[in-house]
Design a protein. Sequence first.
Length: 578
Amino acid sequence: MKFLGKYLKDYKKESIFAPLFKMLEAIFELLVPLVMASIIDVGIANRDRDYVIHMCLLLTLFAILGLAFAITAQYFAAKAAIYTASKMRADLFHRIMDMSAASHGSVGTSALTTRITSDINQIQSGINMFLRLFLRSPFIVFGAMIMALIVDVKSTLIFVIVIALLGLVVYGITKSTLPIFSRIQKKMERVFLAVGENLEGARVIRAFGNQDQQKQAFGTQTEDLYADQMRAGKVSALLNPITYVIVNLGVVAVIWFGSTQVDMGILAKGQVVALVNYMSQILVELIKLANLIVVLMRAYASVTRVEQIMEMPYDERTYVTETQKASEADAVSYEQVSFAYPQAGEMAIRDIDFKVPDHGTVGIIGGTGSGKSTVLHLLNHMYDASKGKVLIYGKDVRSYKENELTKIVGLVPQRGVLFHGSIRDNIRFGREDITDDMIATAVHAAQADNVIESKEHGLDEEILQDARNLSGGQRQRLMIARALAGQPKILVLDDSASALDVATDAALRKAIRGLPWHPTTFIVSQRASSVMEADQILVMEDGCIVGKGKHEDLLRDNAIYQEIYYSQFPKDEKEQNS
């Protein structure tokens, strides 16, 4: 629990005052049976009305003070729990943002979502309950036993037996349910994943008429989760009836033993009532303690899961130090680069070797799964190359700091995202040095002028969540504008014009060639028309470069490029270009 203590240490005062005030409240609660015994044995027995009134006023004072202490304790406990959970959630969010692509992929989005929502909430509840009850309940249980000892030594044996039996019951149920709660949290992640996939892919599911299958699959997952929750619930539910049986048997034993003591003149009637009240207090507090243990078990499982994420390496990528400055050599060089994704059995790309001069344009084409995007993942150091080197302006890509690399390489990924906010904020995206003139240049080059003009508020138009108020082509053009706004030296278009018509795609490529800073451009596409004007075209298949050259040369000599090209152009165009 050292991990949790690291957060609670900032709230030492609250963590001390919360249980302290709860114990003060408990002291008044323990005194009540003694006052009641005194009322019965002194006030009522002697028909002393004034004494009864005074004792009742004393009980009222105890109630007021106890309430004040309870409210104060609740305030400190809630403050410690809420602020600790908030800080933990913020740290976890920052940790997730700092994760490398490999780490993020190994954990999964649904698991991270569960940890930052459900798990943190469980931890918050656990802290709150812990600070309120972890001292109060044991204090009252053992305090009630000591007070019973003060009332009558012989009856204390009944209390000892009852507490020992209840302790065994609580321990057994705790040991049985802890692994079940851990399984529940894992299965909750799978349910989150299913919900996310179905919400994101709702249109695809409807298009293929797959609603019934998805409902059935989701039902199976929720039934599995339900089965574990019921199993944990049934075991936990045993706690209350078993506790009630043991304590009520203890109450019977106290009454039976106390009545014999009263008949013998050893105990007064009020003392027997006090002993019964102390036994009832033990019952109530042990039920609270049992519920606390259930909450703490869930919180413990959640703490473990959050700690796993927080203790993951901040970045699994390798960084090297190079003293030389970036040269005016080739803009990009791949030197016999091979790469395998984490936990993958084979290389995704193998022996990739090519150079790109500054201001040049490279087209990468190939079938689905041929490794086109993987090549570019290494260019912006999303992953480390398994073998070989990737150089940018003569320097190993691993020697660049991340903020340097993001300024050099402007990336438009396959599955880009626009965030809720204005179009201007999305294009600028936190880069305050980007001026409105730079935004205008980027928007014009990205063929997004008509997108801005079609919106009532122009650049200040709000983009809804998931960009629901934009078409696919509009989204892609704004994402391209976002990459161009920073005027990167290297521009990477990873199949980012797939939603554009051929004319817009051609106009986009022409505009990029005419940019004043002449970026080195990578165009990944499955369209031959998108890459045919590139200075160099790389043809990929099964993770290897199987062709390299200009359009005319590849069309003449490379069978794979021919197959791609001729599958996309009508026969008369084939003959025209042959």
